[in-house]
Design a protein around this ligand. Structure first.
Ligand code: ADP
Ligand code: MG
Length: 263
């Protein structure tokens, strides 16, 4: 009995020294189960370690999700596909495997306001954090402001290099406000710097045909769209009326700007 207590004390000491306090908990919790079920020593050790790894992965995902700057938590599971009959569950399920992240390919979500573009972007972003990728979410306007600050500080190349270490960057609301020429230029550099390195998710209430209005001219817009969609980008066009209005939900995502009307 005292021996068992001594061993428990040692486990506590060692797990704390390893900065893995959950090992102690799992070790005690699983010990009886192991004895009852006749686990081998190896099976018991594997079970204890697997609990620690699962807990670490979960807390890593949570840390990444908090660092991502999502305006709200929206999961793919909460997305109601009945409201988007044109969108196949399979398409989203495939994207949720994270294959697009390993391929460094992009996703573009188009459609009128309230059709779930931001919801899906966040859902896919959260999924990416669970798969171990670092993610950053911001509106197009915020991205341009960040890049402008870096540019003015003479550290744009460093900033773009830093951002490349994020497996996924989400640019929400492309097209709400047209860009000045230097803003369009900075945005183009962001898109170019990620080309074949890391993924982007963009959302816009404007179809590609109207991106010329956003970026000031059609040539810049075409070059941008080319860079974005050239390697099997998934372009998803959402349709219909605002989900919020139809379902009279109150959990609207914060939006400080009036929403342009899409066609
Ligand atoms: P958008 O970015 O296209 O303007 P949002 O993603 O902000 O639209 O959606 C507006 C609100 O409606 C959010 O609260 C979102 O969670 C919800 N919503 C939109 N479409 C769906 C859907 N198909 N299923 C569940 N919630 C949805
Ligand atoms: Mg939105």
């Amino acid at each position: 009995m005292t021996e068992a207590r001594e061993t428990a004390g040692q486990i506590e000491y060692y797990s704390r020294a390893m900065k893995a306090p959950r090992i102690r908990e799992a070790a005690l919790r699983l010990a009886d189960q192991a004895r009852d079920n006749g686990w081998t020593h190896e099976e018991y050790l594997a079970a204890v370690l697997s609990r620690e790894v699962a807990a670490r992965e979960a807390s890593g995902a949570e840390t990444r999700a908090r660092a991502a700057g999502f305006p709200a938590r929206k999961s793919l599971d909460d997305f109601n596909f009945d409201h988007q009959p044109g969108l196949k569950r399979d398409t989203i399920a495939h994207l949720a495997t994270g294959a697009f992240l390993t391929e460094a390919s992009n996703i573009v979500l188009l459609g009128p306001p309230g059709t779930g573009k931001t919801h899906l972007a966040i859902g896919l972003g959260l999924r990416a954090t669970q798969l171990g990728h670092r993610v950053l979410f911001a509106t197009a306007i915020d991205w341009v402001a960040r890049l402008q600050a870096a540019h003015q500080g003479g550290r744009l190349p460093q900033e773009l290099a830093r951002l490349r270490r994020y497996g996924l960057i989400i640019v929400d609301e492309v097209g709400y406000i047209p860009f000045e020429q230097d803003a369009a230029n900075l945005f183009f550099q962001l898109v170019s710097s990620r080309y074949e390195h890391a993924s982007l998710i963009l959302t816009s209430n404007l179809p590609f045909a109207r991106w010329g209005d956003v970026f000031g001219d059609q040539v810049v817009a075409s070059a941008m769209i080319d860079r974005i969609v050239v390697h099997h980008a998934e372009v998803i066009t959402l349709k219909g009326s605002s989900y919020r209005l139809k379902h009279a939900q109150t959990d609207s995502l914060p939006s400080t700007r009036p929403e342009n009307q899409a066609e």
